[in-house]
Design a protein around this ligand. Structure first.
Ligand code: SF4
Length: 220
């Protein structure tokens, strides 16, 4: 589960995989952002609560042999996260990640969501496990859909390389370029940094110089 929704960021989270690098940059730099709508936070809290209930029910049913639950990535790695569980089926280990959603989205789900695949791929990478299961739960009807995910080392390497490049930009104070399909990308619609992103322009820019320019126009 994503615990990084609305707080300052000091390192990368697995849930950042596939997300806009510029938005992550702004989070690291504590750029001004819009508050998350309390309604969305409430939905998110409710989702977390349901998720815990469902985890308990699944594990109590002893249908799964749980090797470990709430498993953290190794602390020395540059990206941190917590998988729901590592389970064993027919003597084979699997990373299990559980996602809950409303009935309408659940009904239309025919393949795992790209961002969920990205996350579980990184768990597979860090835990050195070959297979994962993405388990989707319909919050309203309590139905389940599961997808088997095979470890893709090349994809993981691309994510890790992308994080390394982003870390360099964060250290050098260089705001990354916008997403290639900005502002049409769905992430831009929900982005807390949309306003500052529009002001910054589409290209790379030095964050310090940009801030000085803005403060010169709008002295604090
Ligand atoms: S508005 Fe779009 S491009 Fe700009 S930071 Fe947000 S997600 Fe990235």
């Amino acid at each position: 589960m994503d615990q990084s929704k609305d707080r300052d960021q000091v390192h990368f989270y697995i849930t950042d995989a596939g997300k806009c690098g510029r938005a992550i940059f702004f989070k690291f730099k504590k750029a001004p952002r819009k508050n998350i709508d309390p309604r969305i936070l409430r939905i998110f809290d409710h989702g977390n609560y349901l998720h815990q209930l469902i985890m308990k029910a699944l594990f109590a049913a002893k249908k799964l042999h749980v090797v470990a639950s709430e498993v953290h990535t190794p602390p020395q790695e540059m990206i941190s996260g917590r998988a729901d569980a590592i389970i064993s089926l027919d003597n084979e280990l699997y990373v299990l990640d559980i996602k809950s959603m409303n009935s309408m989205i659940f009904r239309n789900l025919t393949a795992p969501k790209e961002e969920n695949v990205s996350q579980i791929q990184l768990y597979l990478h860090y835990f050195k496990i070959k297979n994962g299961i993405l388990l989707y739960i319909d919050k309203d009807q309590q139905e389940l859909k599961e997808f088997l995910i095979e470890y893709d080392p090349e994809l993981c390497q691309r994510f890790i390389d992308g994080f390394k490049i982003l870390q360099e930009k964060i250290d050098a104070n260089v705001v990354p370029v916008v997403l290639s399909d900005y502002p049409k990308n769905w992430q831009c619609n929900y982005c807390q940094f949309r306003e500052i992103c529009d002001l910054t322009g589409k290209e790379e820019i030095n964050w310090q110089l940009f801030k000085e320019k803005i403060e010169g126009i709008n002295p604090i």
